[in-house]
Design a binder for this molecule. Sequence first.
Ligand code: 6PG
Length: 465
Amino acid sequence: MNSIGVFGLGVMGANLAMNMANKNGKVAIYNYTSDLTDSFQAKHQNKNIEAHYQLDSFINSLEKPRKIFLMVTAGQVVDSVIASLLPLLDQGDIIMDGGNSNFLDSNRRYGYLKKKGLHFISVGVSGGEKGALNGPALMPSGDKEAYQQVAPILEKIAAQVDGKPCCSYLGKEGSGHYVKMVHNGIEYADMQLITEAYQFLRERLKLDVNQIAAIFEEWNNGELESYLMEITSAILTHVDEETNLPMVDVILDKSAQKGTGKWTSQNALDIGVSLSIITESVFMRFLSTVKEERMIAEQELNGPNPFMGAVNKKEWIELVRQALFMGKICTYAQGFYQYKQASEQYKWELQLDEIALIFGGGCIIRAGILNEISNAFKENKELSNLFLSPYFKDKLNNYQEAIRKVVIKGMETGLALPCFNASLIYYDGYRSAKSGANMIQAQRDYFGAHTYQRVDKEGDFHTIW
Ligand code: 6PG
């Protein structure tokens, strides 16, 4: 009998199946269409893998309670697959969904399957194809008892950091997919921040791609250490074989997206938290798509002198480094604040220190900073905002001047740095005891009698203006 079944043999599903088999699991594989099963079989010979072409033989080959890992396209497909499995399953069987599903769908599927006596586990999976094969970060949620039954498999295939798997039970219902969704939002912002640092170095300090690659490599040895920093440095030295130009200059500057960043922002609006940095990164992807309009606008619309003149480049490079680290802190502060609020509002009991630990290996946003984030939430379970933890407070106090200088220089020379800007605005907004919202309240009360609270006594008040 097989210990687990993998349904869906696209690159991610195939690699996860191989990962499970390589860790000595007995794995049954199945795909809706036989072509992917055939190509899997032609590519991999693994004694621990058993290919099935019929759904019932796939299901019947599994030990009970059956454990089925779905790696299919998120959305409607997941519902169709679940519908096709239902007649073949028994009470207590476990369906795991490893796709980038929307957590609202996962909540619904969890409730629906629970009523049928089945377990549904949302598993956020991060790390791309290589991660899937060698060790992804896994973010599982659902019923804790059901998780215990799949934990030995999931924790074995996950990335390991200091002997600990980047996988642990995160919370109720579809919270695993929620955690993955915000992970992706952070990924968008992190990518945009690195891009802004790159643009500043290239377009304002006039450094070439090789110089920037070397700078990023050096930064990657310090507090900015991260997978995204590492690959950006590698990207910059890659040359296009056809044109002999830097690959990055040959790639069209229109960005695609599959929607998880947008969901993160939509949810922030739903639960009422400030998520300006991630949201700016989503907006910048949208703005990038109107390339043709941007090309016309460049000819038509005025801007300032884009030249910085003679400056001390070494000093500016360090300012950009500090600005980037500060932007990263602000992004994580907002992302983890969103986790905290979501956990309270949805009653999920998310463990923020655990989430940061899971992100420490295998996933796309893995970075040195996550250790500090985990420590901050471990030391103070009540911590509301990372900004107020000793380590980050210190960094912010030291680096706020640098990001300010970079943002001002960007504005002065007409270089859009939306995530750097949003980071600084959030920082200044958060550290201001006086917000200006008293004026908003007065205006609301003036035109709509919406009432306001006073600084000197309790209650709701209205003025006849
Ligand atoms: C991961 C990634 C992955 C995501 C891609 C593409 O953690 O492995 O987040 O899940 O699908 O990064 O996302 P976009 O197409 O939206 O950029």
